[in-house]
Design a protein around this ligand. Structure first.
Ligand code: B12
Ligand code: SF4
Ligand code: SF4
Length: 291
């Protein structure tokens, strides 16, 4: 099969168009409004050394882009790239959460549930359009190789979508672990690996948590008080406390909405990093910018 030319612009437009036009990006059981606003899209070389570093930072089990592509397709293309996208939660949904303190709003819970259904659709569609044009492609999260790694003290995976987004220049980590992107922390993200050369998006940061004022100089810390579970402290994010707390929202007798999962996300809303990088808190007099 001969390859049809695919450019970074084509992929960027394809993902943005899908978000704006797909019925799946709508809160169909509520008011049919958008789940996500316009996505951000970034790229990295699959051979960027950061992906091997993740075997130390995350664990030996974390797949490199080549691992994921070769396992799924059996192909070893000369050039490999990673495509990552950020799906920013719509303003209307974030606004409902800002007023709440204890139980996620119905809009947030629907956006979590059906927003991830849409995210899976984007992963599958992007991989398919590239495959149809003759390129080896896989969404590692949807592939049989994807594994969640669960213990009494940790919850992780062998394809961390936010580490992939970090590598693709889309944002940095934070005090509460979540990724702060130019469109904020209230988002979900996804990725596809493709046997094609794409121009890497510059990473405009040299510290893995450069977008979080607490991690830069100990200021902000607003997510500590926002978390109703006490899962965020000055020492960071307690994943098991967080997991147990949000799982309890879906217990019969507690559950308020007819959904399998409720999610949480108080730390992602009503905080300075909710919808943007909090530059105002990062640019302190005499300190200059971290951008
Ligand atoms: C397991 C999991 C959880 C677990 C554990 C989260 C965690 N910290 O890993 C629990 C159940 C607690 C959880 C909770 C939530 N989750 Co969750 N979860 C996942 C899942 C399935 C895997 C995460 C994973 O692999 N983590 C890997 C580990 C290693 O990451 P980590 O411990 O945070 O990494 C730290 C270190 O690596 C460190 N680090 C140290 N040195 C260095 C150096 C460098 C260079 C770098 C880059 C990093 C680094 O940085 C990190 C932060 O400290 C992903 C989906 C996916 N496949 O990625 C979604 C995901 C992370 N979850 C997401 C969301 C939205 C949520 C919730 C809001 C729930 C909800 N929707 O209602 C909460 C938010 C909690 C929070 N503050 O992060 C989003 C991310 C949104 C965001 N803004 O970051 C994801 C990506 C799902 C998606 N497809 O979008 N989640
Ligand atoms: S609320 Fe403040 S301290 Fe917490 S992650 Fe956001 S910027 Fe960092
Ligand atoms: S998702 Fe909820 S429980 Fe987990 S850290 Fe954020 S606010 Fe706390």
């Amino acid at each position: 099969m001969s390859n049809n030319e695919v450019s970074a612009e084509f992929i960027d437009d394809y993902i943005k168009k899908m978000a704006m036009e797909s019925e799946k990006n709508r809160l169909q059981l509520l008011d049919n409004s958008l789940i996500y606003e316009e996505p951000l899209v970034g790229f990295a070389s699959g051979d960027d050394p950061i992906f091997s570093q993740y075997k130390t930072i995350i664990g030996e089990f974390h797949m490199t882009p080549r691992d994921a592509l070769e396992k799924a397709t059996g192909q070893t293309p000369e050039k490999v790239s990673v495509i990552s996208w950020i799906l920013p939660v719509a303003e209307k949904t974030k606004a409902t959460m800002r007023r709440e303190r204890t139980y996620p709003t119905e809009r947030w819970a629907h956006a979590r549930e059906f927003g991830e259904v849409f995210n899976e659709f984007v992963r599958a569609q992007v991989a398919q359009v590239l495959t149809e044009r003759g390129y080896a492609a896989v969404s590692p999260y949807l592939s049989p190789s994807f594994q969640r790694i669960v213990s009494d003290t940790d919850r992780t995976s062998n394809w961390s979508e936010r580490h992939i987004a970090y590598a693709c220049g889309l944002g940095t980590f934070s005090l509460n672990d979540a990724l702060i992107t130019p469109k904020g922390m209230a988002m979900r993200c996804g990725s596809v690996v493709v046997g094609l050369e794409l121009p890497p998006t510059p990473r405009k940061y040299d510290f893995y948590a450069a977008h979080c004022p607490f991690m830069v100089d100990g200021s902000c810390g607003k997510c500590i008080d926002r978390c109703p579970a006490g899962a965020i402290t000055e020492k960071g994010h307690h994943k098991i406390r967080c997991f147990n707390f949000q799982t309890a929202f879906a217990d019969p007798g507690v559950k308020r909405y007819d959904l399998p999962r409720i999610g949480c996300g108080f730390c992602q809303t009503g905080v300075p990093c909710e919808s943007a990088i909090p530059w105002g808190l990062l640019k302190r007099p005499g300190q200059g910018s971290t951008q």
